[in-house]
Design a protein around this ligand. Structure first.
Ligand code: ADP
Length: 401
């Protein structure tokens, strides 16, 4: 491989002098450790201080890394691959036949920790040197790839880059998730604490008030319990720890029953629900409680987001001999196109403040259940006109995905 080709593969030339050695290790089937670093807030530097300052910081960073990294990686062959797109990722590939016996998850993790410390100290020194106040800091992830004989370094780099991106995104999802959970837990907890303290401070003597407040405490405790159960539910389904009790299900009956249960809510708003289904439908092998949960969520949402006096259409269709679909259409506000891809994420709420209470977990659970049945859940929506949610299930128990 020529120098230009290496450059085009690795972006900026950081440590590609070791390219040949690593390529050889990989060709010989040695495992490869990869560590990726993501400079947090780097975009802020580009935006607030300009591209030139950002480039100078990266160039200086590259120089320091080139001279000191091999020592920090203690004799490993190291290839550093800066990501050119937005200059935020640095990917390290570690390999060495000499260290074969010690290249394992633990050594990769320890190396990652050492390099992480080193990178953070350089970047904070550079921030001071360039008078950049942007909270520059590296996030780090690592893993060990058991290299197959004959796999090319190009493929490994690409796979590692893809995985690094995914991990980076996952980290962000995780951070948002934890902050959402904390928020959702804190709200009822604060309420429970406040009312309990007031009761202990003497309000318990006022029987009427005490009953009222104990009622609120009990409601908030129930809310906490529901939240915890929902979260546990998602995690268990995702971890495939939930056993689905598949049985022959009459889908028309199941949907009709759900509509009946929810009709009280619809009637309150004078919303009518129209239900249509094909004259004949084969029985499906489903976990009926779980699929009821999905259908319930879709119809419940349709009612929640529909204006009074409007109509909801629920239809069962058989788009092909091997598929069955439940469509739930409403004339609600619709979902903005830029938000539609997020609504199946945990805690995501597209129209907060629209006066509708929700935790943004129903669709996330519905998606998990649909996928665990080999099915899918999707939505089509036009802003100001309404939305159609579709649950599609395979008839023969195979998977659609
Ligand atoms: P929740 O309704 O409890 O907030 P869901 O997970 O069921 O949680 O829904 C996530 C988000 O998707 C909702 O907050 C809402 O913004 C949007 N959404 C769901 N169903 C509809 C619908 N029928 N019409 C408009 N928006 C909807």
């Amino acid at each position: 491989m020529s120098q230009t080709e290496i450059d085009s593969l690795t972006g900026l030339p950081l440590l590609h002098s070791l390219y040949g050695r690593i390529a050889e290790n990989i060709e010989n089937g040695h495992p490869v450790g990869f560590i990726f670093f993501d400079i947090m807030q780097f975009r802020l530097v580009i935006r607030n201080y300009g591209r030139q300052v950002a480039d100078s910081i990266l160039a200086r960073f590259g120089e320091i890394v080139r001279t000191r990294l091999p020592q920090i990686c203690r004799g490993m062959d190291v290839l550093a691959v800066p990501e050119r797109e937005d200059d935020r990722f640095v990917l390290l590939l570690l390999s060495s036949p000499r260290y074969l016996s010690v290249l394992n998850d633990i050594t990769v993790r320890k190396t990652a920790q050492r390099v992480h410390k080193f990178f953070n100290s350089i970047i904070s020194e550079l921030a001071t040197e360039f008078k950049v106040n942007a909270g520059l800091e590296f996030h780090c992830g690592h893993s060990l790839i058991p290299a197959d004989k004959g796999v090319s370094i190009e493929r490994l780099v690409r796979e590692a880059q893809r995985e690094a991106y995914l991990k980076g995104e996952l980290d962000e999802v995780m951070i948002t998730f934890v902050s959402n959970v904390t928020h959702e837990l804190r709200t009822p907890l604060t309420c429970i604490k406040g009312y309990t303290e007031n009761l202990l401070d003497g309000a318990i003597e006022n029987k009427e008030l005490a009953y009222k407040w104990l009622g609120i405490i009990s409601e908030e405790a129930n809310r906490l319990e529901r939240l915890i159960n929902d979260l546990l539910d998602i995690s268990m389904i995702e971890a495939q720890q939930v056993e689905f009790q598949r049985e022959e299900v009459d889908l028309v009956r199941l949907v009709r029953h759900t509509i009946e249960v929810l009709s009280v809510n619809a009637e309150k708003e004078q919303i009518t629900i129209d239900f249509s289904y094909p004259p004949q439908l084969p029985e499906l092998m489903l976990d009926s409680d779980r699929i009821s949960q999905v259908v319930f969520n879709l119809i419940d949402n349709a009612i929640k987001y529909s204006p009074p006096h409007s109509q909801i259409k629920v239809s069962i269709l058989q788009p092909s001999p091997s598929l069955v679909r439940v469509d739930v259409s409403d004339h609600g506000p619709g979902i903005p196109p830029n938000k539609i891809q997020h609504i199946f994420e945990r805690f995501y709420r597209a129209n907060r403040g629209g006066g509708v209470y929700g935790r943004g977990l129903g669709l996330a659970i519905a998606k998990c259940i649909a996928e665990a049945h080999g099915g899918t859940i999707s939505v089509e929506s036009t802003l100001g006109e309404g939305s159609t949610f579709s649950l599609t299930l395979p008839l023969n128990g195979s998977s659609l995905s």
